[in-house]
Ligand binder design. Structure first.
Ligand code: NAD
Length: 248
């Protein structure tokens, strides 16, 4: 039990096969009370109910600062304190550079990168006042290798922005007892990716993955658990790859 008496907020945790949902389950198993924030309010409520008593679901659009502030007020009000924030919500769009419209660009950047800033801003004053907190931010291998199969260039740009933002927040907030880290998953089988891979695509992709399998949501959830827990008490500003060796 790594999170006994801890409280956690996880964004983008409603989707049934998603990384956020797997993280919520794992955190609850480790003793945390979990607030699931998602654009899909009904899904968030259902996901929280499935975790059992003591967990809550809150509708929240991470790309909207007022919505983030409201969600933070609700989560802090319900639990009395928040120890852990997992900035996990994200969207992808598999298009090429010349196909990106101004609206596409804005939407993908807003959710994947600005959302990390807004939701962090909503919780930082609370964490600062308590002189403690762990924030983990979702980036992607797409940020490191310039594109992936399911995210376009705007997705890579937004996820790369998350790495800079998280490091800057880590440097600034360290003296306040707040740690900020990022995760960079490779290809994880979720709703974003699952079902869209043909057997031929999979064979081709596996040639580039030394561990010879695609990732599962739980593989990323376990890294979030490490970053959320006191096991990583001296880790901040770090980027942890979860990609089966894709970048070796
Ligand atoms: P998913 O689609 O299963 O989950 C994403 C969740 O985010 C959904 O529940 C969705 O409703 C929610 N969401 C979308 N827009 C939102 C908004 N504006 N406000 C609040 N919630 C919103 O996808 P996933 O694969 O579990 O992705 C989780 C995160 O991991 C994303 O940030 C994604 O970019 C990132 N990621 C995924 C992979 C992969 O291979 N699946 C790889 C690297 C990074």
């Amino acid at each position: 039990m790594l999170l006994t008496d801890k409280t956690a907020v996880i964004s983008g945790a409603a989707s049934a096969r998603g990384i956020g949902r797997a993280t919520a389950r794992l955190f609850a198993e480790h003793g945390a009370r979990v607030a699931i924030l998602d654009l899909d309010a009904a899904g968030a409520a259902q996901a929280a109910a499935e975790l059992g008593e003591g967990h809550i679901g809150i509708g929240c659009n991470v790309a909207d600062l007022a919505s983030c502030r409201q969600a933070a007020e609700q989560a802090i009000g319900a639990f009395g304190k928040i120890d852990i924030l997992i900035n996990n919500a994200g969207i992808s769009q598999p298009v090429k550079t010349m196909e990106i419209t101004p609206e596409d660009w804005q939407r993908v950047v807003d959710v994947n990168m600005t959302g990390v800033l807004y939701l962090s801003q909503a919780f930082i004053p609370h964490m600062r006042a308590r002189k403690q907190g762990s924030i983990a931010c979702m980036s992607s291998v797409s940020a490191q290798r310039g594109g992936g199969i399911f995210g376009g260039p705007h997705y890579s740009a937004a996820k790369a922005g998350v790495l800079g933002l998280a490091k800057a927040m880590a440097r600034e907030l360290g003296p306040d007892g707040i740690r900020v880290n990022s995760v960079t998953p490779g290809l994880i089988q979720t709703d974003i990716t699952g079902g869209k891979l043909t057997p031929e695509m999979k064979t081709e992709i596996l040639k580039g993955i030394p561990l010879n399998r695609l990732g599962d949501a739980i593989d990323v959830a376990r890294i979030y658990l490490f970053l959320a827990s006191d096991l990583s008490a001296y880790v901040t500003g770090a980027v942890i790859d979860v990609n089966g060796g894709m970048l070796i």
